[in-house]
Structures are given as structure tokens and as C-alpha cells.
Design a protein around this ligand. Structure first.
Ligand code: FES
Length: 320
């Protein structure tokens, strides 16, 4: 069994600018207080920001990546029904404030292709904007960008996207956009990336059911609510004691472990902050977080959102 990588150490970053992109999206520009270069990233990466109220949320970086960027720009959607992190970032953050920010991770990387169809719903445009910029800078692939929002007022970077030739569609004005013309022909030289609400991801998955699954990439960057993880029951085995914990449908693994009196931390309960990480000793997990990369998924699990594909998961606390 490989050991888990060290937990990331937060950067202390200054808010250099804030801009209201729409009535519900604020763009925060985060820099090192001494102007130093920041850890690099590639398009599709996210950083995890601790809001002034202590809540941690993950946000895609909105610009093309690089090895030593001067800043991270993140678009924060105000989510009044959430756990308060986004509202605190909207209401409590001023230019000059310093925030804890976990360095970039990329659970939504750009893989090679000759053609890309990038589909974004709402704030899902953030990683898609970064991907489009990175692909245009490389200049060796065709890129089509589709951005879907309810109204023009709710569309961040609308004029920029239109000027770049993107399809920007507002359902309140013209009804739902039919995505079939972009997805009808499966193409092994193409990749489809989609980031947005669950309904859009489901629609794209359904419309690409005839594509090779490896060519279609989706990300729900709002995180996954513990209420949505339902599905099938399974058993968790706590390796240090051998205790067996039933995880019923509709109850998160984190909740089931806590009800059994096991000491598991948690914060966002949306698969975005990394606090609840456990060691995966045996069994096959159904990962639904945006924290773990592919290597880590073999040895770790985020119990707030993830479940089991096998009948049992054997779990242990992470090494301290
Ligand atoms: S509590 Fe934040 S990832 Fe699980």
C-alpha cells in the first residue's frame, strides 16, 4: 500500500481586485502579497479558498494556466442556499484582504484532441474560458465554445465570448439550445468537455451515449450535495477496529461513520474542501469529489460525497 501524499499547505494570498461580473458572480484576483510567482496550473484546475466565515469552497481558475502565474482569478457564484462560503466571499471580502488558498489541483484536465467542443452552463464557463484560452494559445486544434445561461445579464464574459465566436445562448429569450448538432457525430479525434449544473451534464451524457466514454468529460463544479449521493447501500469497515458500518441509501458515508461514533472531520460536505479525506484500504470507491487526483483515488476517498462500487469499503484515518 502506497502512503498518501502530504496534505497541501495553504498559500496566504492577497485579494488584488474584485469585479462584479454579473449580479451574482464576483471575480476575485488573488496574488502573493510580495508579488512572487504562484504555483503553476493548467486549464481546468481549481483552487480551494477559505472564506472569511471559515467555509472552504473550490473554484476553477478562470485563465489559461502556466508554470509560474502572477495571479489566480476565480469567479464566485453567490449561492444563498449553500453553506455560506460563497456568500461570505461576496459580502465579507475586500481588496487587500488576505485569504488562505490551497494550491491548484486539476480534476478536469485538457487531454489531447484535434477538436474540442466546450459546453458551459452558468458559472461552469470559468474552467471552459481557461481551456479555450489555453487551446487558442496552442493553436493546434479546433475549438467550439457554447455558453448557456438563463439571461444575458447572468452571463459572465458575454461580450468577450461573443467576440471570440462562441455560441452564447439565453434560454429565457430563445428556449433551450438543441445541442444535438454539435454532438450527433461521434468523433474519436474530438473531445467534449462540459461544466455546469447536473441537468446539463445529464443532457450532454445522454446526447453523447454513442461516443466513446473516454472522449466525454463532465464536471459539476458546484460540488455534490451529500443529499444527492443516495444510490445503493453498502458497508464500510473501519480498519483500526474492524467495526462494520451500514451505509443506507440516502445517507452519506460521512454521516454513517459519524453516527457510528467514528472520528471523521468534515467541512464543506460537498466534496470540495478536502477535510474529510480517509485512507482507502480496500474496495472500489465511487469518487464524486473534486479534490483527489487520479493517483490519490486509488488510496483515498472523500466520504462526504463518495460511495462504493464494491459491496464493502475498508477505510482508515489518513496518516498524521
Ligand atoms: S467535507 Fe469537504 S471534501 Fe468532504
Amino acid at each position: 500500500m502506497r502512503s498518501l501524499p502530504d496534505q497541501r499547505v495553504p498559500l496566504r494570498l492577497r485579494v488584488a481586485a474584485r469585479e462584479e461580473l454579473t449580479p451574482v458572480v464576483v471575480l476575485l484576483t488573488l496574488v502573493a502579497p510580495d508579488g512572487a510567482a504562484l504555483p503553476g496550473y493548467e486549464a481546468g484546475a481549481h483552487v480551494t479558498v477559505t472564506a472569511p466565515n471559515g467555509r472552504r469552497r473550490s473554484y476553477s481558475v478562470a485563465e489559461a494556466g502556466g508554470p509560474a502565474p502572477a495571479r489566480y482569478q476565480v469567479g464566485v457564484l453567490r449561492e444563498p442556499g449553500g453553506r455560506g462560503g460563497s456568500v461570505s466571499l461576496h459580502d465579507d471580502v475586500r481588496v487587500g484582504d488576505v485569504l488562505d488558498v490551497l494550491p491548484p489541483r486539476n480534476a478536469f484536465p485538457l487531454l489531447p484532441a484535434r477538436r474540442y467542443v466546450l459546453i458551459a452552463g452558468g458559472i461552469g464557463i470559468t474552467p471552459v474560458r481557461a481551456m479555450a484560452a489555453e487551446l487558442r494559445a496552442r493553436g493546434d486544434a479546433d475549438v467550439e465554445v457554447l455558453h448557456l445561461t438563463r439571461t444575458a445579464e447572468l452571463a459572465p464574459w458575454r461580450e468577450e465570448l461573443l467576440a471570440q465566436g462562441a455560441v452564447v445562448h439565453h434560454s429565457a429569450e430563445r428556449g433551450r439550445l438543441d445541442l444535438w448538432p454539435w454532438l450527433a457525430e461521434p468523433d474519436d479525434d474530438a473531445r467534449v468537455y462540459c461544466c455546469g449544473p447536473a441537468s446539463l451534464l445529464e443532457e450532454v451524457r445522454a446526447l453523447t451515449a454513442h461516443w466513446r466514454p473516454s472522449r466525454v468529460h463532465t464536471e459539476d463544479f458546484a460540488g455534490v450535495s451529500a443529499d444527492e449521493v443516495g444510490a445503493s447501500p453498502f458497508t464500510a469497515v473501519w480498519e483500526p477496529t474492524g467495526a462494520r458500518v451500514d451505509v443506507p441509501a440516502g445517507v452519506s458515508l460521512l454521516t454513517a461513520l459519524r453516527r457510528a461514533g467514528l472520528p471523521v472531520d468534515g467541512d464543506c460536505e460537498a466534496g470540495t474542501c478536502g477535510t474529510c479525506r480517509l485512507r482507502l484500504v480496500a474496495g472500489q470507491a465511487h469518487h464524486r469529489d473534486v479534490v483527489l487526483d487520479d493517483d490519490e483515488r486509488a488510496v483515498a476517498v472523500m466520504p462526504c460525497v463518495s460511495r462504493a462500487l464494491s459491496e464493502e469499503l475498508v477505510l482508515a484515518p489518513p496518516p498524521r
